[in-house]
Ligand binder design. Structure first.
Ligand SMILES: NC(=O)c1ccc[n+]([C@@H]2O[C@H](COP(=O)([O-])OP(=O)(O)OC[C@H]3O[C@@H](n4cnc5c(N)ncnc54)[C@H](OP(=O)(O)O)[C@@H]3O)[C@@H](O)[C@H]2O)c1
Length: 324
């Protein structure tokens, strides 16, 4: 990858894990100046060192600013700190999110509220601070990470779904509003299932640990899309081959969708692993669980491999028995 001539200054909110961390690595490789934010300072410092090791020689190091997106003043201070460090901000990407599994009435009200504060109001805090800065500077690009679950619904994830529908509505509204702000852009990236730690970090009141329904893409694929979008603003980009199919099925066949979604989610979206009711990382970070990848990509791969290996063997055995 050829480094860009003038380092672009990009603030990544949610940089310590999953998609945000994979994006930090990708942008570091092309020489962007990065400001890394999330709640856990210790992990952000590790990510900063990873980025510095990946960056072309002579490029500025990554700047770490621990920030809770639910705290509006902290988000404003994050952008001020970015400007102090690098002189300007060209783009802000927000991928901070938490999940609490469980039916709506099983999830405690304060956990639901906190998930909304992070996923929807946290995104709004970042968007407000970014657009104020871009308005004053005469340009800039806000990239919001939404989800397939901002376009469809599923049981057991009400706070996440409600938050993501809000995020999509907010991003689309902002796209209309920034039309009068020359040089300012808002893009929305909406992935399907991605193999990140978000599932094991999540709270659960469903009695079982959540997992990503297949097909699952790698966080690097989403990071690649985000990097392309940073170069060329887009209204909405889906990631994952089945994402548009699922969105169309939800819109065009609602009765069939509603009949299938609960059994499918029970089998594919919740693992067999039982768990006591817990709030996961909703209130505070759990740094030990933060990484680029989750543990689901290979696990889902195992099923087709087993089928691929056993089906021909079973056919051969049946043929053998038939002939004997
Ligand atoms: N994984 C998927 O299947 C999938 C699918 C569709 C969309 N997405 C979206 O992709 C984005 C990234 O998710 P991911 O899968 O990469 O999750 P992840 O690995 O759990 O990363 C989430 C990031 O958000 C940060 N974060 C959480 N709460 C925060 C808060 N209050 N303030 C600041 N930062 C906070 C976390 O760091 P700290 O905990 O240290 O703060 C972490 O850096 C999210 O918007 C998610 O909704 C994910």
């Amino acid at each position: 990858m050829t480094p860009s001539p003038d380092p672009r200054v990009v603030v990544l909110v949610g940089a310590s894990s999953g998609i945000g961390r994979a994006t930090a690595h990708r942008l570091a490789r092309r020489g962007d100046a990065l400001v890394l934010a999330s709640r856990s300072r210790a992990v952000l410092e590790i990510v900063a060192r990873e980025c510095e090791a990946l960056a072309p020689p002579g490029r500025p190091g990554a700047h770490v600013v621990p920030t809770d997106v639910a705290d509006r003043a902290a988000v404003e201070a994050l952008l001020c700190s970015a400007v102090d460090r690098f002189g300007r901000v060209d783009a802000v990407m927000v991928s901070a999110a938490v999940v609490a599994y469980g039916r709506f009435t099983e999830v405690p009200g304060d956990v639901f509220d906190q998930a909304m504060k992070v996923n929807l109001l946290g995104t709004a805090n970042v968007a407000r601070a970014a657009l104020e800065l871009f308005g004053a500077a005469g340009g800039g690009h806000l990239v919001v990470v939404g989800s397939l679950l901002g376009r469809i619904t599923t049981p057991w994830m009400s706070s996440y779904v409600a938050g993501k529908w809000g995020v999509h509505g907010l991003a689309r509204t902002l796209q209309q509003e920034v039309r009068r702000m020359p040089g300012v852009h808002v893009s929305l990236v909406a992935p399907g299932s991605v193999d990140t730690p978000v599932y094991s970090q999540a709270g659960s009141y469903a009695g079982r640990v959540g997992r990503p329904p297949p097909p699952v893409v790698r966080p690097e694929a989403v990071a690649r899309t985000i990097a392309h979008v940073l170069d060329r603003p887009r209204r909405m980009v889906s990631v994952g081959r089945f994402t548009p199919v699922m969105a169309a099925a939800f819109r065009l066949l609602p009765s069939l969708f509603d009949a299938l979604v609960t059994p499918l989610m029970s089998v594919l979206g919740l693992s067999r692993r039982n768990v006591e009711a817990n709030s996961g990382n909703v209130w505070a970070p759990t740094p030990a669980g933060e990484a680029v990848h989750g543990r689901w990509g290979r696990q889902w791969l195992r099923a087709p491999l087993v089928v691929a290996a056993t089906v021909p063997a079973a056919v051969a055995l049946r043929e053998l028995l038939r002939r004997s």
